[in-house]
Design a protein around this ligand. Structure first.
Ligand code: ZN
Length: 233
């Protein structure tokens, strides 16, 4: 897996992915796999060290753009950005921040579909580092185990707090839920707005992107119709 990712990265650097330029990869939001591309040494330094480095480097970006960092308004910005990156908006890159999920036995013998809908999330596009704002709908049919409802929400937030592409976010949530719940009967639908599409580039303010993952029983017309009915209510 790692080897493949590195090869793919090299390929992109040398010739662009399938002949696409860096610009095209960004604007067409091409994504390269289920795993967030991370280097093996990603956690060799501590969060505190990361914050110091990012603050220093972000300060340099501001300098290059000609901003006067002695101004009281800008003075603390590099540190604020670094803290926000590591502790908040990109905290989902660190597996240490993964929500702890306890499984419960399905005492009530509830074996129908459970849908947690309209989970609001904020993520960031990995091609442009500007926000993706959306709602996730998550559903599963218990195989005998259940999890607390707030955990579904927390799993969505964890994967959202990474540089993302929507397809990967959808699949990462689905794969994790399948593992946790020990079932293939999992569905994830994400409806989101990408600020890199609305505020720049093509500047389309009305379009939204919908992605879905339907596992196991959700591929039957009856279950799919039931799920869509709940979501549309
Ligand atoms: Zn983008």
């Amino acid at each position: 897996m790692k080897h493949q990712e590195i090869m793919l990265n090299t390929l992109i650097k040398e010739s662009g992915l399938n002949g696409f330029s860096d610009e095209e990869i960004g604007d067409d939001h091409i994504y390269t796999g289920l795993e967030t591309p991370m280097r093996a040494d990603a956690f060799d330094i501590t969060d505190e060290e990361k914050k110091e480095k990012i603050a220093d480097l972000f300060g340099q970006i501001m300098d290059v753009m000609g901003l006067d960092r002695t101004d009281d308004s800008l003075n603390g910005t590099p540190k604020r950005v670094a803290k926000m990156y590591i502790e908040e908006i990109f905290s989902g890159l660190n597996p240490a921040n993964k929500p702890k999920v306890a499984l419960f036995d399905n005492k009530y013998q509830y074996n129908q579909m459970l849908v947690e809908k309209n989970i609001t999330f904020y993520s960031n596009c990995e091609h442009h580092f500007v926000p993706i704002i959306g709602k996730a709908h998550v559903a599963y049919i218990s195989s005998g185990k259940v999890i607390g409802l707030s955990k579904l929400n927390r799993i969505v937030q964890y994967y959202a707090k990474r540089p993302q592409v929507q397809e990967r976010l959808t699949n990462q949530i689905a794969e994790d839920l399948k593992t946790i719940l020990e079932t293939d009967d999992v569905a994830v639908i994400i409806d989101a707005k990408h600020l890199c599409v609305s505020s720049r580039g093509i500047k389309d303010d009305t379009s939204a992107t919908v992605t879905s993952y339907y596992g196991g029983a959700f591929n039957t017309p009856a279950k799919l119709a039931e799920l869509q009915n709940y979501i549309n209510q």
